[in-house]
Write a protein that binds this ligand. Structure first.
Ligand SMILES: Cc1cc2nc3c(=O)[nH]c(=O)nc-3n(C[C@H](O)[C@H](O)[C@H](O)COP(=O)(O)O)c2cc1C
Length: 327
């Protein structure tokens, strides 16, 4: 059961929204590697309403990912519905789906009753979905967790409430809010949600390889998998998943190939974004170089580089070294 928005493969492998990480540059690289669908980083509905330029900038999508999902967070049904209408009008043809964040665990979000706090307030969450789904012809989905904590595991009931109120698709991360990103994601709860609703469910949590994507699909019966941390510094994971799902052989990238992709990521970033933001690249470069011989030194150099040109020079040199050592 696949929504038409997931245009490439069935079952789809999608890139999760990750604030501060999955910008349009990284998303476009993931699409090149076979990612089937992308989401913007979470965007504050209130921030949009009150005209934050930084918030507005988060809506920009790369050409190869359009149409993609816009993920909004908020707790006030009227504001969320108004912002959905606005962005659907402003970006015709660029948005395939609106996703409402009901899983973010960060205190600065939950203290406003947003993100995963909505799992503790099912009535508000229901009103929010009802208003969102009626604000647009686009499908509206929501992304939530297993529950708030071990005493409040309500993903199955919550899924039913979202479905009743107009959600077209659900994404479930198999951890509670209290767990943040610790412990193992619970596949049983994802399977239970899949069985409880008629709409498609995307399984999320601990997909770090082709094999784990296959295990998520086989065990839970979910309609697709969502990858978050497994894609950091590793857009290749989408090719790996596709190979695993079609029983095709997969050859992992060499260190040189990974580094070439890191350099390309940095170049694209500097071309598409404000080069003054180059320190944002540091974390990506640390992820790309993880486990490579000499990575510690290159990371240190990248972290102290005073300009984008210096950073690029360090990365290119490291890539060339890997080529000569055949790694
Ligand atoms: C740094 C970071 C930022 C995140 N930002 C978002 C976000 O903006 N919206 C959202 O729904 N989830 C966000 N998440 C949660 C992920 O989308 C995903 O649900 C979670 O990491 C579990 O998947 P994984 O085990 O594949 O990492 C974020 C996770 C991380 C680690």
């Amino acid at each position: 059961m696949t929504l038409p928005v997931f245009k490439k493969h069935d079952p789809p492998a999608v890139l999760a929204p990750m604030a501060g990480i999955t910008d349009a540059v990284f998303r476009s690289i993931c699409v090149e590697h076979g990612c089937d669908f992308t989401y913007t980083e979470m965007v504050s509905a209130k921030g949009l309403k009150y005209g934050g330029k930084k918030t507005e900038a988060l809506l920009a999508a790369a050409d190869n990912e359009k149409p993609c999902a816009v993920q909004l967070f908020g707790s006030e049904p009227d504001i969320v519905a108004d912002m959905i209408k606005r962005i659907a009008d402003e970006y015709p043809g660029e948005i395939a789906m609106i996703d409402i964040n009901m899983g973010c665990p960060m205190p600065k979000i939950t203290s406003n009753g947003e993100g995963s706090a909505l799992m503790l307030d099912e009535k508000r969450a229901a009103k929010l979905m009802y208003a969102a789904a009626r604000a647009t012809e686009l499908p509206v989905s929501c992304k939530f967790r297993k529950g708030w904590d071990d005493g409040h595991v309500n993903a199955v009931e919550f899924a039913g409430i979202m479905e009743e109120n107009g959600a077209s698709l659900l994404t479930v991360h198999g951890r509670t809010r209290e767990q943040l990103y610790h412990g193992e994601a619970d596949r049983d709860i994802i399977r239970d949600v899949v069985r409880a609703v008629k709409i498609p469910v995307i399984g999320n949590g601990d997909v770090f390889s082709g094999e784990s994507a296959k295990a998520m699909l086989d065990y839970t019966g979910c309609a697709g998998v969502m990858v978050a941390r497994g894609a950091r510094g590793n857009p290749f994971i989408f090719g790996e998943i596709r190979a695993a799902l079609s029983n095709a052989p997969y050859t992992p990238p060499t260190d040189f190939e990974r580094m070439s992709e890191a350099v390309r990521h940095a170049e694209l970033f500097l071309e598409k974004k404000d080069p003054k933001l180059f320190p944002e690249l540091r974390k990506h470069m640390a992820w790309y170089t993880k486990g490579m011989r000499g990575a510690l030194d290159v990371r240190r150099a990248v972290n102290t580089a005073g300009s984008p040109e210096e950073m690029l020079g360090i990365l290119r040199k490291f890539g060339d070294q890997l080529l000569t050592t055949g790694e």
